[in-house]
Ligand binder design. Structure first.
Ligand code: HEM
Ligand SMILES: *[C@@H]1O[C@H](CO)[C@@H](O)[C@H](O)[C@H]1NC(C)=O
Ligand SMILES: *[C@@H]1O[C@H](CO)[C@@H](O)[C@H](O)[C@H]1NC(C)=O
Length: 333
């Protein structure tokens, strides 16, 4: 027991050291670890308590909150535009089909309410998302890392910008690389972050073309394991039978669906990637070596994942006097 504790503490220290080391040169904006230490010392604790409670009630919330952070950061930067509700005549990002299944808004609202009661007008919704994603990574994978704060909240959210900025489920490796490069993330970081698809689930509509109507030559995607395809077919109707109300969800990683680990890469090697964009990381010569490495080195993947999450959390952030601190995460002040 003592040695187990020591091992995990040692591992934690290594991870923290790696992350802190990577944070310094990677971030050119004045986000700061412990940003609320003076203005609202318990801000991060309040987020953590809210997330811990939410995960206890529904472990699937971990995946939802991690995806929420990703979808926030890739559209207008990490400034909480994904939280804004539509205005009359101006549909918001959250209405985009790219954001189908995005959840977790209530958890953010709850954390924000707890924080506002103690420190009004102080903590941004964008920081709350970033902290909640970090706490979700801890909840689902036991990986602990520091996330700098200081993001401010944006003033606009436009439906079309989601599809213009988020990667598609049928992107090839060149397209994936380009999409992440536009956000300042490397191909290595793209492969590392895709490991988030070791938890959570996907609607059939995101991949059922692979099962029934892949191409003229191959009705079924030849890069998918045949037995896995059969299992998926038993859960997913044909694309033409899918409707908004009939669109089941399937786990990304059927063996450990709620555990954030490197099993994602093992699945890719055995042709059990769920999305075309997942399997592509193994099919493509650009990324296959990285998949193999992450499959074989769970600890290295975990510390790269933590560092890449921190970097993703710094994309196009608003700081200083830009943006605002929203009172209500769903509406601008
Ligand atoms: C590499 C390009 C990526 C593509 C094409 C992609 C696409 C998708 C799609 C289509 C879904 C299923 C949505 C649904 O139908 O419900 C999904 C779910 C998810 N994505 Fe990604 N994603 C990518 C990268 C990422 C990254 C970088 C992260 C986070 C670091 C992430 C985290 C997640 C999580 C956790 C889920 C499960 C959500 C839940 O169960 O609530 N994805 N993604
Ligand atoms: C990837 O997709 C783009 C855009 O559709 C296409 O131009 C390119 O040839 C594809 N690359 C590969 C390697 O298939
Ligand atoms: C799709 O719908 C057709 C007609 O309603 C039905 O015969 C068929 O079994 C359905 N296929 C799947 C895979 O759900």
């Amino acid at each position: 027991m003592a040695s187990l504790l020591f091992t995990s503490l040692a591992l934690l220290q290594i991870i923290m050291a790696v992350v802190l080391d990577l944070v310094k040169p990677a971030i050119s904006v004045p986000l700061k670890i412990g940003f609320y230490q003076t203005a609202c010392p318990s801000a991060e604790t309040m987020v953590r308590n809210t997330v811990t409670k939410a995960l206890a009630a529904d472990p699937a919330m971990a995946a939802a909150l991690i995806r929420l952070h990703f979808h926030d950061c890739f559209v207008r930067g990490c400034e909480a535009s994904i939280l804004l509700d539509s205005k009359p005549g101006i549909p918001a990002e959250k209405e985009s089909t790219m954001n189908k299944g995005v959840q977790g808004f209530e958890v953010i609202d709850e954390a924000k309410a707890a924080i506002e009661a103690q420190c009004p007008n102080t903590v941004s919704c964008a920081d709350i998302i970033a902290f909640a994603a970090r706490d979700s990574v801890f909840g689902a994978g036991g990986l602990l890392y520091a996330v700098p704060g200081g993001r401010r909240d944006g003033l606009a959210s436009l439906i079309d910008e989601a599809a213009e900025n988020l990667p598609g489920a049928f992107f090839n490796s060149t397209e994936l690389r380009g999409n992440f490069a536009r956000k300042g993330l490397s191909m290595e970081e793209m492969v590392t972050l895709s490991g988030a698809h070791s938890i959570g689930d996907s609607h059939c509509s995101a991949f059922s073309k692979r099962l029934y109507s892949f191409s003229a030559r191959f009705p079924q995607d030849p890069s998918m394991d045949a037995a896995y395809a059969e299992t998926l077919k038993s859960k997913c109707p044909r694309p033409r039978n899918l409707t908004d109300s009939v669109d089941p969800v399937v786990a990304f990683d059927p063996s450990t669906p709620a555990l954030l680990d490197n099993n994602y890469y093992k699945n890719l090697v055995s042709h059990r990637g769920l999305l075309a964009s997942d399997q592509e990381l193994w099919s493509s010569g650009l990324t296959r070596k990285m998949v193999k490495y992450n499959r074989n080195h769970p600890g290295a993947w975990a510390s790269k994942f933590a560092a890449a999450m921190v970097k993703m959390g710094s994309i196009d952030v608003m700081v200083g006097r830009n943006g605002e601190i929203r009172n209500n995460c769903r509406d601008v002040n």
